[in-house]
Design a binder for this molecule. Structure first.
Ligand SMILES: C=C1C[C@]23C[C@@]1(O)CC[C@H]2[C@@]12CC[C@H](O)[C@@](C)(C(=O)O1)[C@H]2[C@@H]3C(=O)O
Ligand SMILES: O=C(O)CCC(=O)C(=O)O
Ligand SMILES: [Fe+2]
Length: 318
């Protein structure tokens, strides 16, 4: 799979015109690559080396931090409904120190190092995500400009952080345990939250779906971030922004490590199309209102590839 030139929008956060380009990218693809993002390289490198150390431990050690409930260490099983992939991961809430207790056994002699590395990374990436969300609000000409970012800044924000490791895919696995789905690292899906901020090492694998249903491979770039619009932002923008379908294919030669911050709202937050984007007219509203708790509850009953928004779509009156 290749990527046609100029297929993936490139946003330079140091350029003054970035807000209009961000809006265009979110409307057309729901995905863009971000450079000059302001997240310090040492914060990124420190967490990546902690992740490399953890994933290099023997499986029996890592399993002490599992199974994921959904938080903790997971291996091959993704979510509670039978999805599998050639991936191992750590999944945690960003506002719960409790999740770190689960990782204490795998984070080396000094678990504080891992905790600090995650907290510093998440704080820097959240700040950058909030800046992007404010540029989106400005670009859409909606007020107040923190209409999206306040949800991530809220102390109760249900945001998650995930470290994924895709080991090289061994030849003997073809037709094996994963039942012939031999190229799936992480199956196709959309992210349920508002915004996802992803980075990886220099190994390819991430693929995104274009509007026409064609898949393109995203060339890796370890110094950039990749931004996904999530389902909740699609709803709040009344479908103007598109939550991007994406997946990860495996690599036979190299390990891929990725880190994803999923910026989500507080559990009790009501998610609905913003009146400033529907003109206050109920007829033009594409989605019913739901709380983030309701959406998550229903999402955890679905398979990875399911369209989780259909249940919340309004049926147009004929
Ligand atoms: C199969 C599932 C895994 C997932 C929860 C779900 O039931 C459906 C959504 C999945 C997803 C995709 C994006 C993120 O990686 C994730 C943490 C999320 O919020 O929704 C995962 C969930 C998971 O792995 O627990
Ligand atoms: O690992 C990646 O590059 C993407 C994983 C992903 O989409 C997810 O964890 O939701
Ligand atoms: Fe994802």
């Amino acid at each position: 799979m290749t990527t046609p030139d100029n297929c993936i929008p490139l946003i330079d956060l140091s350029k003054p015109d970035s807000k209009n380009l961000i809006v265009k990218a979110c409307e057309e693809l729901g995905f863009f690559k971000l450079i000059n993002h302001g997240v310090p390289t040492e914060v990124i490198n420190r967490l990546e080396s902690e992740a490399v150390k953890i994933f290099s431990l023997p499986l029996s050690e890592k399993e002490k931090a599992g199974p994921p409930n959904p938080f903790g260490y997971g291996n091959k099983m993704i979510g509670p409904n039978g999805d599998v992939g050639w991936v191992e991961y750590l999944l945690m809430r960003t506002n719960s120190e409790l999740d770190f207790d689960k990782f204490a056994s795998i984070s080396g002699e000094n678990p504080e190092h891992f905790r600090e590395a995650v907290n510093d990374y998440v704080a820097a990436v959240r700040e950058m995500a909030c800046k992007l969300l404010e540029l989106m609000a400005e670009g859409l000409r909606i007020l107040p400009k923190d209409v999206f970012s306040r949800l991530l800044k809220d102390k109760q924000s249900d945001s998650l952080f995930r470290l994924n490791h895709y080991p090289p895919y061994p030849e003997e696995e073809v037709g094996g345990e994963l039942n012939g789905k031999n190229l799936v690292g992480f199956g196709e899906h959309t992210d349920p939250q508002i915004i996802s901020v992803l980075r990886s090492n220099n190994t390819s694998g991430l693929e995104i779906s274009l509007k026409d249903g064609n898949w393109v491979s995203v060339p890796p770039d370890q110094s950039s971030f990749f931004i996904n619009v999530g389902d909740s932002l699609q709803v709040m923008t009344n479908g103007r922004f598109r939550s991007v379908r994406h997946r990860v294919s495996t690599n036979r030669l190299k390990s891929r490590i990725s880190m994803i911050y999923f910026g989500g709202p507080p559990m009790s937050e009501k998610i609905a199309p913003l009146p400033s984007l529907t003109g206050g007219d109920d007829q033009t509203c594409l989605y019913k209102e739901f709380t983030w708790f309701e959406y998550k509850k229903s999402a955890y009953k679905t398979r990875l590839a399911d369209n989780r928004l259909v249940l919340f779509e309004k049926i147009a009156a004929s």
